[in-house]
Write a protein that binds this ligand. Structure first.
Ligand SMILES: Cc1cc2nc3c(=O)[nH]c(=O)nc-3n(C[C@H](O)[C@H](O)[C@H](O)COP(=O)(O)O)c2cc1C
Length: 201
């Protein structure tokens, strides 16, 4: 196993049942390699999004992305919460994840957040396959971001994403964040959310 693979397997989930390795290996890193994503890899992430299922195939997802060094990157970074600012600058790519809130007839599209989530799940699996980590961030001032990027009224910024190749120098993190980065990954047991035949069954 080379160093790169070792890093990617460090935070492997201790699953109760065997699952697809890319799902088991995915985690939300706070450190990344310095290098930018290749253009092809960036496009592959959005290609994976493209093929996600969506209600009525409406594909209500939209994304704005910027590489480190660009105005867009700085503008996304400036909208992050102070906590997220403490680590997200380690990522070479920042993204805003957006969905269209309404249908063409003006009604609210209740399924749009679901569709955006599914599209990001597609992106996550594709990213993992390419050795790329994604860290979602709800901690952002979305009103500021919508204003900065002139997002039309019928769209809503749901989250920001910090994206980069797994790896990087853990010493870039504060002591508290180092502990979080290296902590065991925990989940609720299956029985607490998957009910057989009746609520809590
Ligand atoms: C919608 C969403 C919002 C999140 N917001 C933040 C955030 O603002 N800051 C942060 O550090 N992590 C954030 N996370 C990451 C979660 O804390 C993380 O996914 C969870 O702790 C499980 O860890 P894992 O992804 O490494 O398995 C967010 C995740 C999701 C899906």
């Amino acid at each position: 196993m080379n160093d790169e693979e070792k890093i990617r397997l460090e935070n492997i989930a201790d699953t109760e049942y065997e699952i697809f390795p890319l799902l088991k290996q995915r985690y939300s890193p706070r450190i990344f390699k310095e290098n930018f994503l290749t253009e092809t890899h960036t496009h592959q992430l959005f290609e994976a999004v493209r093929w996600a299922p969506s209600s009525n195939n409406l594909q209500p997802w939209r994304f704005i992305y910027g590489e480190r060094g660009t105005d867009a990157y700085k503008e996304i970074f400036d909208c992050l919460s102070d906590f997220n600012k403490s680590w997200a600058g380690n990522a070479p790519l920042l993204v805003l994840a957006i969905y269209k809130t309404n249908l063409d007839n003006g009604d609210k599209n209740f399924h749009a957040p679901y569709d955006l989530g599914l599209s990001l799940s597609n992106m996550a699996v594709q990213a993992q396959y390419l050795g790329i980590g994604i860290h979602h961030m709800a901690g952002l001032d979305w009103k500021q971001a919508e204003k900065t990027f002139n997002v039309p009224n019928e769209y809503h910024i749901a989250s920001a994403l910090a994206i980069g190749y797994y790896g990087g120098d853990i010493d870039k993190l504060s002591d508290d964040l180092k502990v979080q980065e290296e902590a065991d990954r925990k989940r609720m047991p299956l029985s607490s959310f998957a009910f057989n035949r009746s609520w809590n069954g």
